[in-house]
Design a protein around this ligand. Sequence first.
Ligand SMILES: [Co+2]
Length: 450
Amino acid sequence: MAAQVPAEELKKLSIKEGANGNSKAAATSTAANGNSIEHESEDDDEDDHGTSAAAETGDKKKKKRKPRKKKKKSGASSNATAQSDPPRVLMSQLFPNANYPEGEIVEYADENRYRTTSEEKRHLDNLNNDFLTDYHHAAEVHRQVRQWAQKTIKPGQTLTDIAEGIENSVRALVGHDGLTEGDALIAGMGFPTGLSLNHCAAHYTPNAGNKMVLQQNDVMKVDFGVHVNGRIIDSAFTMTFEDKYDPLLAAVRAATNAGVKEAGIDARLGEIGGVIQEVMESYEVELGGTTYPVKPIRNLNGHTIKPFSIHGDKSVPIVKTNDQTKMEEGDVFAIETFGSTGNGYVRDDMETSHYAKKSDAPNVPLRLSSAKSLFSVINKNFGTLPFCRRYLDRIGQDKYLLGLNNLVSSGLVEGYPPLVDKKGSYTAQFEHTILLRPTVKEVISRGDDY
Ligand SMILES: [Co+2]
């Protein structure tokens, strides 16, 4: 989920309008660096799971990401050892000893090199055991669901079906359907499934009755969160069905990877933005006979993530700024970049779907009884996790709009309207969650897809 730059802050940025540097070298050196996730070797026994839940899955096995550390416990009640299609096998069943795979491990460099072997830092890392297990759990759910989504989503499907397909899969894999009070706070969606098309860059998900159908020519940002005990994975990718968009996607993928690479303990936020910008602007894309520079969307940011809170207090710009703030040990960052063929600037548009209770919500008396009861529902079901109108619908709430709008105007709940660039433009996004562990940087949401 994207963080927005306040308007006053933006004025301080010195942006060279239309600048489109030709530093191709910067781009290629940082682009799509290989990931070094600890894979166990690809299973070659594709056909040996015939008795499992995966048996019903038939043809779609070829691109499946297999669980990497399977430990068969004798006497296990169920014998599913591979994920089903759609994904419905509990992650805790695929990894019975909670030995969820790590993300990409990157050793610190330069003056932080000592951390990898430091006894003290290792000790600190070990203290984080529960935190890491929850994070690895959530990340593997994200990977399995998104890789299913990548091979399943096709033009002709409705956005509602796509969103529900992702959300029902996430809830099934963590084993919490979120239908009973408090259940969605244990594990489930970390925030609503963003399905933002074309010039819309972020924060679009269908509300009830939405009949929109994905088109062949669309550029769709798929941005969803998975949380386990409040540890949120925030990771996003872009889907297209026409080759002409490939340079746009390559620009943004490379820019995000450059940001991930620059991130580290003591790295300065403004400088990371500069590196991201340089990589992004080294690309251009030709659409319909016109060549467009790929511009970073300068009022969208990466951000820290706190327990149950998607936007922490630090922002990672995607253009050069003078922000000298440093990344620190223990920080969790969502590194996300957006590229655009439009203005490189977004504004609010369309009907709001995303909301979240503010963590610093003031204690104001609510006079409207519908607002009061809705606030209680939000507290019990989502806490400060972002939710959307469909999430209220599915737990049986109706006629809540007046109350919801009242909570927003009272300052207790924040609305996150869709963010759009110039009409007719195209925007793309890639995003990873990274942990600045005491010993190593972990790109926790890294997969073999992006
Ligand atoms: Co985000």
